[in-house]
Design a protein around this ligand. Sequence first.
Ligand code: IPE
Ligand code: IPE
Ligand code: MG
Length: 239
Amino acid sequence: MTALDPDKEIPRHIAIIMDGNGRWAAARDLPRREGHRAGAESVEDVLRACGDLGVDYLTLYAFSSENWKRPESEIDALMGLLAHFLQEKTPTLMKNNIRLRVIGHLERLPERNRRQVRESIERTAANDGLTLVVALSYGSREEIVDAARALMRKAKAGVLDPEDLDGATFAEHLHTAGIPDPDLLVRTSGECRVSNFLLWQISYAEIVISEVLWPDFRREHLEAAIAEYQRRHRRFGGL
Ligand code: IPE
Ligand code: IPE
Ligand code: MG
């Protein structure tokens, strides 16, 4: 197993596309929801590891705006797991000084979920350790269109001169306002695509594809991804 380099930095913000739950279940002849259930354990392990390693932000892609295309039974299972996870784990978030934030269109979720999520956000609002950002009914193109719409409204109302618009102002209108861009983007299950996740924010993220299916993903796999990140030389267009 690759060890972390103590002389190199740990990424401040790690974003993860948690993929492969369905394949994990299929390989065991189990229904897909069992893969999602097992995936919740990976979330716990990775969250604990990020806290121990001193990561500041962990963003998890939990449900995309395109995932509404899935069968109702699978969506119900996912929403049930989310509600259960928040109910069970909010005390753990409190104990570990973790703050919860959500990006995406929360209003599309069932009322029960919205309430749970809002409660957890409120309860953890004053925590100043790791920030856990959960992407729920999130799609990056939608997010960018939302930002463009908000900016156009401001221009129309005369509070923003279009000539003054720059990247920083644009970023302040994304759902991720105030959150630094991810340094490391991990996708599990070997898929090499972004699937509408943080398109603006990952401009200079280092991308690591892990072959491990999300329900099998543990601290050691996260550390292997960070070790890979530490071997990279980030140039940001310079030398
Ligand atoms: C990721 O696993 C979880 C969600 C998208 C909600 P998948 O459900 O996409 O699993 P695969 O990709 O079909 O194996
Ligand atoms: C991306 O995974 C969304 C989440 C992990 C929540 P998908 O499994 O939905 O992505 P595609 O369909 O393979 O691109
Ligand atoms: Mg998938």
